[in-house]
Write a protein that binds this ligand. Structure first.
Ligand code: DPP
Ligand code: ZN
Length: 848
């Protein structure tokens, strides 16, 4: 398969004025009739052939303006020569046959537990019918579905239905990747929403019969998203219905099809007994994300797939804002940065690093990445910080005004900011074109009453980009005096050069700086700081993000010293954490975050960034030792903390209760290290929510106990796919390093290990890849097992195989023996006959 380049973009040869689709559904022989009204595109002067995308289609008939023709077809397309096309408008009608029940790739039209559903982003529509399958071809769709199944859904508004058929009309022109169809025996939980202009919208969350009582939170999240977007962005919903459907077999989290969002069922279904607080937060965020796409993605879409961050970065940014408003903004910000570092910084530091707007790809599905999504969102956050809130709002209003109905580009996006503010954003644009995480070195100086902060930025080389230019970096800074009072409240320093100094005058004493408050830029801060200064900030910083960050940095310093120099657990860190954890004036959710240690993979990343070779076994041991020391240091007060946090109130998924549960479970984890599991067993037996069950089980597994509880959990939930996914991943992620691969082998032998289901595959194989010390165990058993399963999944579902293969992206970090073993597995994958282009591209990039 060939490489596609941004620089080669050309508009499509024809415009599409209307699309009429008829589906006659049958599992192994679905008929799709497509009537496409084309006319030549004035943007492409001259006469051109019409080339439509199509894959795996059986062409039954083809008519041009009613006359049968025989077009040229091959494995990927259908072509009508220019000489055979009218000079003006024409209608092309094709009928094809497809087999949804044989579609294991879960792209195009496929079946999941007897229901029909679709996934078209990015290029799945070409597996449904012949079509110009590219986002800049937008058209109005009318759809007729014929099937005996009771519920027949597509995009837009319902227009008519009868026994065995239904018709839908979507008044908003859209690209084919936003097409959706669902047919099944489904039940809805319904509600209504009245938009600010008075439009009444029917809302439905469709699920399999029996799951109706697990939809309330999704529906509530949808209503709050709709309201929030009206209030904060002034954007209103634009159809009479909004449907959400939960599907068990789904490659991604969810999909924003116009008026018919399709979700991985794990991001819809929730009840206190089956969903953790994290699940609730994620459901809220993803429901909002997909809903927000209606404006940022659907009404304004992407010109081509290189512009993916245009819709994804902005929509992630907006869903982060929403979650921050619904919950504690500080806690959300910390969680988002933890995730950014774990996934995006990791990607940016390895062979898969790529710009937020890539310039070439083989398989676009391989670019639905943390860089495009999460770094894409951070870039927008920086833009907002640089121009200010009022200008951000003006720019967004201009964007919606100017580009409604367009397939737009990053240039269009930046232009609205330039026009709204008068700023020149050409240097800022480097954030879109250059990969890699900048390192920001900081030095400070105090002379004659003047405090000076000097920053130097280093932009590391990444694949294909050996040299970089300095970036615009907004650095939010505050200064504290030695008593802990803030003497300079947060100000934004705008760095534009490779190295730059900022002076502060009029201070009575040398201040303690709080740098990069709120994580104002996605960079690695590189500053040697004494443990006492970190402990001071952990105790006093007025910026909650940096307060947490001080504790995190201190924990990392301690762990690095333990791993590389055999140091002891530091008292500064233990005292600092103790002070925060027992400070009743602080939000419990925040205190729980301060108790969480850096993940092992994060530690490996940190050690590697300091130009040392991480040892997964030692990191694992050091982390355990730190937890043991913390448990001793916090002592008897933990028990009181644990007891007092249970107020006996009935379950609510709200952020306040979730925060108290998080702190309580963190305390339980530490208590369990000293009581042999007594409290945790009791907590498991009394658990009233999935959060408490999982919390107690985790605590037990961490001290190698809990066999009875593990068995009881499986017996209770054996019929529930989403809950059993948690069980699998919990067991594997808590396995001892040498045990992780053998345990995974045992679990894959279970009858309910349905590896064709992407959620189950990720819960098992993905969990092994996520068990840092287990996956990287020196035996190489982790590498081998993951590679075996990638090879097995690839022919059925290349997209998920390619995604999970990123387990290997960190291989160059480790010692020679591990590198040799990991590389050998990647090379073995490459020698597999009939490897998909998806997995091949990923493995080749990782080996490059
Ligand atoms: N566009 C989807 C989302 O990010 C992913 N397929 O919501
Ligand atoms: Zn999205």
């Amino acid at each position: 398969q060939k490489t596609i380049h941004l620089a080669d973009y050309q508009p499509f040869t024809h415009l599409l004025d209307g699309v009429e689709l008829t589906f006659r559904l049958a599992p192994s022989a679905t008929r799709v009739v497509a009537r496409l009204a084309f006319r030549p595109n004035p943007a492409r002067p001259g006469r051109h052939p019409l080339r439509l995308d199509g894959e795996g289609l059986k062409l039954l008939s083809c008519q041009l303006d009613g006359q049968p023709i025989t077009p040229k077809t091959d494995k990927r397309s259908l072509t009508i020569l220019a000489k055979d096309l009218p000079q003006g408008p024409f209608t092309l009608e094709t009928e094809v046959e497809i087999a949804p029940d044989a579609n294991t790739a879960l792209e195009g039209l496929y079946m999941s537990n007897g229901m029909y559903c679709t996934q078209c982003e990015a290029e799945g529509f070409r597996k449904i019918t012949y079509y110009p399958d590219r986002p800049d071809v937008m058209a109005r769709f009318k759809v007729r579905i014929e099937s005996d199944l009771p519920v027949l859904l597509s995009n837009g508004n319902p227009v008519a239905k009868g026994k065995g058929w239904a018709e839908w009309d979507d008044p908003w022109p859209k690209p084919a990747y936003l097409f959706a169809l669902v047919a099944g025996d489904l039940k809805a939980r319904s509600g209504t929403f009245r938009t600010f202009s008075g439009r009444k919208v029917a809302l439905n969350v469709w699920v399999r019969p029996g799951d109706e009582d697990r939809c309330a939170y999704a529906l509530d999240s949808l209503i709050r998203s709709m309201k929030w977007e009206e209030e904060v962005y002034g954007r209103e919903y634009d159809l009479d219905v909004f449907n959400i459907v939960a599907v068990d077999d789904f490659n991604m989290g969810a999909m924003e099809n116009k008026g018919l969002n399709i979700f991985n069922s794990r991001y819809v279904l929730a009840s206190p007994e089956t969903a953790t607080d994290e699940d609730y937060a994620r459901i809220e965020a993803i429901i909002a994300h997909e809903y927000f796409h209606n404006w940022t993605g659907n009404r304004i879409t992407c010109r081509d797939w290189f512009q993916l961050c245009l819709k994804e970065g902005l929509t992630v940014f907006r869903d982060h804002q929403f979650s921050g408003d619904m919950r504690s903004a500080a806690v959300r910000r910390i969680e988002d940065v933890v995730a950014l570092r774990a996934r995006q910084f990791r990607e940016d530091a390895g062979p898969l690093a790529h710009p937020v707007r890539p310039e070439s790809f083989v398989e676009i599905n391989n670019f639905y990445t943390a860089t495009v999504y999460e770094k894409g969102a951070e870039v927008i956050g920086m833009l907002k910080t640089l121009v200010g809130d009022a200008a951000y709002k003006r720019a967004l209003d201009l964007y919606f005004d100017r580009h409604d109905g367009d397939a737009a580009t990053i240039e269009d996006w930046l232009k609205v900011f330039e026009d709204a503010t008068g700023r020149d954003l050409s240097q800022f644009k480097l954030w879109y074109s250059e990969a890699g995480t900048p390192r920001l070195k900081v030095q400070d100086d105090w002379t004659d009453g003047v405090y000076t902060l000097t920053f130097a930025q280093e932009n590391p080389a990444t694949p294909g980009q050996p040299t970089k230019q300095p970036k615009v970096i907004p650095i939010n800074v505050g200064l504290l005096n030695p008593n802990g009072d803030e003497v300079v409240p947060t100000i934004m320093l705008e760095m534009t050069r490779e190295s730059q100094s900022f002076r502060f005058e009029g201070l009575a004493a040398r201040p303690i700086p709080s740098i990069l408050r709120g994580f104002s830029a996605p960079v690695i801060l590189d500053r040697a700081v004494a443990p006492s200064e970190r402990a001071f900030l952990l105790a006093h910083d007025t910026d909650p993000f940096n307060r947490w960050e001080a504790g995190r940095a201190l924990a990392k310093d301690v762990m690095v010293d333990m791993v590389t120099k055999g140091a002891e657990v530091s008292a500064d860190w233990l005292d600092g954490v103790a002070a925060v954890v027992f400070d009743e004036s602080l939000d419990p959710a925040f205190r729980a975050l301060c108790l969480r240690l850096p993940a092992e993979d994060d530690m490996a990343q940190t050690i590697h960034a300091a130009k040392r070779v991480p040892d997964p076994g030692r990191i694992h041991a050091a982390r355990r030792e730190m937890l043991g020391a913390l448990s001793v240091r916090l002592g008897e007060r933990l028990q009181r903390l644990y007891d007092n946090l249970d107020d006996g109130a009935p379950f609510s998924p709200d952020a306040g209760q979730a925060g108290r549960r998080a702190l309580r479970i963190a305390a339980l984890g530490l208590l369990t290290r000293r009581d042999g599991g007594k409290m945790a067993s009791l907590a498991f037996a009394r658990a009233k929510s999935m959060t408490e069950s999982i919390g107690a089980l985790s605590a037990l597994l961490d001290i190698r106990q809990g066999a009875a509880e593990v068995a009881a959990f499986a017996t209770r939930w054996v019929g529930d796919r989403n809950v059993m996914d948690k069980w699998y991943s919990l067991l594997i992620s808590h396995a001892e390093p040498a045990e992780a691969a053998p345990l995974t082998v045992r679990l894959t032998g279970r009858d309910d290990f349905d590896w064709r289901n992407p959620n189950r595959f990720r819960s098992v194989i993905g969990a092994l890849a996520g068990n840092h010390a287990g996956f990287h165990h020196r035996s190489g058993a982790g590498y081998r097992l993951v590679a075996d399963w990638l090879i097995r999944l690839d022919p059925l579902n290349p997209q998920t195989a390619a995604r999970v293969s990123t387990a290997f992206e960190t291989w160059p970090r480790y010692d020679a023996a591990r590198r040799r073993r990991a590389k050998a597995e990647l090379e073995r994958i490459l020698t597999t006959p009939t490897l998909s282009p998806d997995l091949r591209e990923m493995v080749e990039r990782m080996l490059a």
